[in-house]
Ligand binder design. Structure first.
Ligand SMILES: [Zn+2]
Length: 78
């Protein structure tokens, strides 16, 4: 398992996600952004929009995804 924070994934806080794979971390961040926005946390709205909108920007999306995968790969196992 490895841990990445909301901030490392482009979000505004230090909430951490501990998962086995980078894809699971990204899913956890998706859930975190959704629940933060649903509970009225405006600070996560921009990150959520960027995450939702990234599919309209395949190049940036792939760069972001590759960056997350690389960061995850370099983290120490827990
Ligand atoms: Zn957050």
């Amino acid at each position: 398992m490895k841990t990445m924070t909301c901030r490392q994934l482009g979000g505004p806080c230090d909430e951490s996600h501990t998962e086995a794979t980078a894809d699971e971390v990204i899913k956890a961040q998706d859930r975190h952004l959704k629940s933060a926005v649903t509970s009225g946390d405006d600070s996560h709205g921009g990150a959520r929009d960027a995450m939702k909108g990234r599919w309209r920007h395949p190049k940036q999306a792939m760069d972001w995804y590759t960056g997350v995968k690389r960061t995850f790969a370099e983290l120490p196992e827990q």
